[in-house]
Design a protein around this ligand. Sequence first.
Ligand SMILES: Cc1cc2nc3c(=O)[nH]c(=O)nc-3n(C[C@H](O)[C@H](O)[C@H](O)COP(=O)(O)OP(=O)(O)OC[C@H]3O[C@@H](n4cnc5c(N)ncnc54)[C@H](O)[C@@H]3O)c2cc1C
Ligand code: SF4
Length: 550
Amino acid sequence: MNAADVPAREAMEFDVVVVGAGPAGLAAAIRLKQLSPDKSVVVVEKGSEVGAHILSGAVVDPIGLDRLIPEWRGEDTPIKTAVTEDRFYVLSSSTALRLPNFLLPPLMNNHGNFVVSLGDVCRYLARKAEALGVEIYPGFAAAELLFENGAVAGVATGDMGIGKDGHHKAGFARGMELRAKYTLIAEGARGSLAKVLIERFGLAQDRQPQKFGIGLKELWQVAPEQFHSGLVQHTMGWPLDNKTGGGSFLYHFGDNLVAVGFVVHLNYQNPYLSPFEEFQHFKTHPLVRGTFAGGTRICYGARALTEGGWQSVPKLVFRGGALIGCAAGFMNVPRIKGSHNAILSGILAADHVAAALGEGRTHDELTNYETAWRASPIGRDLWRVRNAKPLWSKLGTLFGVALGGLDMWTNTLGFSVLGTLRHGKPDWATLKPAAQCHPIAYPKPDGRLTFDRLSSVYLSNTNHEEDQSVHLLVRDPSLQKSSEHDVYAGPSARYCPAGVYEWVEEAGQERYVINAQNCVHCKTCDIKDPNQNITWVPPEGGGGPNYPNM
Ligand SMILES: Cc1cc2nc3c(=O)[nH]c(=O)nc-3n(C[C@H](O)[C@H](O)[C@H](O)COP(=O)(O)OP(=O)(O)OC[C@H]3O[C@@H](n4cnc5c(N)ncnc54)[C@H](O)[C@@H]3O)c2cc1C
Ligand code: SF4
């Protein structure tokens, strides 16, 4: 078939369309059906199944779940491991200084929280949603927003079966239009539709730029003698230098499982830095390396997280819908937690959608959701920690985190002498030219404790139909050469956790190679490219990682 004979898309009508089956989207869908059982709610999810694209720590604060499903503690859920011990260390290359728990602001305490696979929690939430009558379509990416009279009127899923060169293959099928009175965007950090909406409706005007981190994670089955059920351990410092924000997490849960991960703030300056290698290097520290002795690495993945907090949350509403969860930026950085706010924001938005539908309204602005969130538990959670990230960025890890801790303490007592600090530049603008930086020599992987990228991506079970249009769009290829390569020494080859980008020399010319089939959908390239020259768009639905329990 050629492009001119493309048939029209079929359309289905719903009361509410939700984009993304993460904790935010599923919570919204559940709440809507609890409040308005007669309304039709559909959730589209780009992963091959619910949970396939979910990557988190995760230590979950159950405040959202308690509100959404008060009976969950009496049910068979994947939320089984209560936190038993909380440890926080500052690392140098050979030492680990443990901070006494009483020094940490009470909001950092994990008592009463649970260690989980967030993917499994989403699978549980999906079962609850379906039991209430929510329709969930995994394997369908919302590729396009539908507009009617200037308002969002739903989404269209992507066409399937378009080859790399744009031709329609034998199995070509048009996407579906899912039309709705209200559309909730729950795509998580750096959502591709959220980005379009923020731009089109000017939702980020008068806000601080959104800030991001990249989180890399491995799941290990450890030897029984290394396992301490419910132990939650965080570190900061080594191997990152004092100017580079980030740190590690290590959570023991389930059946001898340890989730180990490393977050690097994406405002780092040295283009030679590789978050992946920093993570591998971190695992060799004497504090943690023993945990993995005799263990097996069973999964790997990566995902961006939002870090801007209170001052970066955009306007949440536009005509016909709203942003919820990490698409809105509700992550609490010092607590490394966002799933509780994702659920709470799903509930809050659903309350206002249900009220609007009950009044017979459609396609208007859910103004009350916008005004409600700052006074809600989400707003209170983010307000107290609002200066932690700007202080860390401005003063470096040692002073910044110490002063940030003090500010969180005073905020807990009800005041701050610092007011609300600004974030400064967006993350794409913080790289220095390579000529002003030193290359970083990382140790070679040993294949037992530390690994290379490609054997890691293998463990993410990533799969994309190979003959499809590239979903990583480079707006101006010549700029990629003249700036990304010539000025910044090709940072995409290092910040991408999946080895998607390479500069390859062929006949004396540098060629930019994009191995799109390896992409784990972390969105880092869309955030960190120094010229904002790369745009991530959804590939064919169902493509991407297949995380069993991340
Ligand atoms: C490394 C790491 C560690 C973390 N640790 C913790 C922790 O310990 N505790 C905690 O509470 N939080 C933690 N977080 C944060 C937490 O994971 C997020 O706050 C939470 O997942 C946000 O939920 P969400 O529903 O908004 O988005 P997500 O969980 O990102 O879910 C979004 C869903 O939408 C789908 N989607 C996206 N775009 C489309 C589209 N266009 N069409 C169809 N589907 C789409 C995605 O595939 C995904 O399934 C961590 C995050 C990371 C990255
Ligand atoms: S290509 Fe971009 S979104 Fe995909 S894994 Fe690499 S950095 Fe992440």
